[in-house]
Write a protein that binds this ligand. Structure first.
Ligand code: NAD
Length: 472
């Protein structure tokens, strides 16, 4: 017997950073809100199997590295001992604390949280299969679809064995393999490579393009590469994996280089980090007017409304970049639109951060994009070898660069590679969003000594007179 409820004002499907932010905003705006997700508490991939656990593990990796490098500053620690169970419980505690906090925030807003999987029956009805097996039919005025994405696999590769991992499995840190091959030198490949290398695995990495983080400005990636010359035992570029097969506790991998030559190697485990794809299957979209673009992303307008007027969509399912903070912003816009507010999703700059050591961050127009678009820009760089603060923390290899419109002096984009780049980028995002000029940055007094001064000095360099650089 299926339970049937009265019509809900807003039902949000998926409780990741997009979905829960949308539900919280909808409730704050006075709408009766229901939030549906298969997990016990809100959080989604970001909290359970993505951003948060990976950052907890990256913190461990950073501490280990700092302890090992501290003898340069006159501090001699003994080599850190790794207690994998303790690291795992600490990471799990962080996740539990944060998802528990979201559950409380959800309750206090009087949001109805349903643990289960939802699928559309039509443009105003959902069928929910709850965690306890019971089925419920929900009718709604508006739905916000926030089902996110899942890792991509490689064609023809069977991944059921436990030796071929995706990022979610890798974050469980069940055991540390002696040898690990990472397929894909993007965000996940570099972040998980950093974690597993710190935990003692010998890492090899294969990337099919010419370098790590395709699309990211090469001078920023160079700062990462210089600081991590020993991170990977082996690294191959312009090389693809053509086959992966398990053989006695090990995995046999076939590579193909640009010349078409094949080579076979064995590893204890393989991590596939070759991108993510939107989760749009099994949710009954064919019973609605929702349409997808040619890449499989849900088509939405500036209010994040799909072609089915009662259904909105946000986050990874609506397209690049597949980042939590982009989803959160879209979620809040969708909730505002449903509440009848004048609103639109129209960011000028979405920050991207790779949490390696050093970190890489950028926002707005990149140098690579400017080149591709044939756009005239002026690039100004401030190398951290001239930063006092960087010298005090052993971070002199960093780089801050501004991409500036030469006609108006407007800051179009910013790239930062170095310690804490992920935090430093926020000022740059504000500058791009507010259409700041290079002079706005150069005339703003920044605290000394901080890494934030590198943004000010990069702007000073644009006008030819940076304090800490002398050029004839
Ligand atoms: P990615 O797109 O960042 O990187 C995938 C890499 O795999 C690319 O460099 C690609 O060239 C390479 N590749 C693809 N097929 C290959 C093959 N057959 N052989 C060798 N290399 C191959 O994707 P990801 O690292 O899987 O991460 C997925 C998404 O998750 C990212 O795009 C990002 O949006 C998000 N993410 C963000 C963060 C963060 O914000 N710090 C961290 C992790 C993930």
């Amino acid at each position: 017997m299926m339970a049937k409820n009265e019509k809900k004002e807003v039902v949000v499907i998926g409780a990741g950073p997009g979905g829960y932010a949308a539900a919280f905003m909808a409730a704050d705006l006075g709408l009766d809100t229901t939030l549906i997700d298969p997990e016990a508490q809100p959080g989604g991939v970001c909290l359970y199997r993505g951003c948060i656990p990976s950052k907890a593990l990256l913190h461990v990796a950073k501490l280990k590295r700092e302890a090992l490098e501290a003898d340069a500053f006159g501090l001699d620690f003994s080599r850190p001992e790794i207690d994998l169970d303790k690291i795992r419980s600490w990471k799990d505690e962080v996740v539990e604390k944060l998802t528990g906090g979201l559950k409380q925030l959800s309750k206090r807003r009087k949001i109805k949280y349903i643990r289960g999987m939802a699928a559309f029956k039509d443009a105003h009805t959902l069928e929910v299969e709850k965690h306890d097996g019971e089925k419920e039919e929900l009718s709604f005025q508006h739905a916000i679809l926030a089902t996110g994405s899942r890792p991509m696999s490689l064609p023809g590769i069977n991944t059921g064995s436990g030796q071929i991992l995706f990022s979610d499995d890798a974050l469980d840190i069940e055991s540390i393999p002696e040898t690990l091959l990472i397929v894909g030198g993007g965000y996940i490949g570099l972040e998980m490579g950093t974690v597993y290398a710190a935990l003692g695995a010998k890492i090899s990495i294969v990337e099919m393009t010419q370098g790590f983080l395709p699309g990211t400005d090469r001078d920023l990636v160079k700062v990462f590469a210089k600081g991590n010359e020993e991170l990977f035992e082996e690294q191959w570029f312009e090389t693809t994996v053509t086959d992966i097969e398990e053989s006695d506790e090990q995995v046999r991998v076939t590579f193909e280089n640009p010349e078409g030559e094949q080579e076979e190697r064995t590893f204890d485990k393989v991590l596939l980090a070759v991108g993510r794809k939107p989760l749009t299957g099994n949710i009954g979209l064919d019973h609605t007017g929702v349409t997808l673009d040619d890449k499989g992303f849900v088509k939405v307008n500036a209010q994040r409304q799909t072609e089915e007027p009662s259904i909105y969509a946000i986050g990874d399912i609506t397209g690049e970049p597949l980042l939590a903070h982009k989803a959160t912003h879209e979620g809040r816009v969708a909730a505002e639109a449903i509440a009848g507010k004048k609103t639109a999703y129209e960011p000028r700059a979405i920050p991207a951060v790779v949490y390696t050591d050093p970190e890489i961050a950028w926002c707005g127009l990149t140098e690579t994009q400017a080149e591709e678009q044939g756009k005239q820009v002026k690039i100004t760089r401030f190398r951290w070898s001239a930063s006092g603060r960087a010298a005090t923390i052993g971070g002199s290899t960093g780089l801050t660069k501004l991409i500036i419109d030469p006609g108006s002096d407007r800051i179009l984009g910013v790239g930062i590679a170095g310690k804490q780049a992920g935090d430093l980028i926020s000022e740059a995002v504000l500058a791009v969003e507010m259409a700041a000029l290079a002079s706005d940055l150069s005339l703003t007094i920044h605290p000394h000594p901080t890494l934030s001064e590198t943004l000010m000095e990069a702007a000073e360099a644009y006008y030819g007179h940076p304090t800490h650089i002398f050029k004839r």
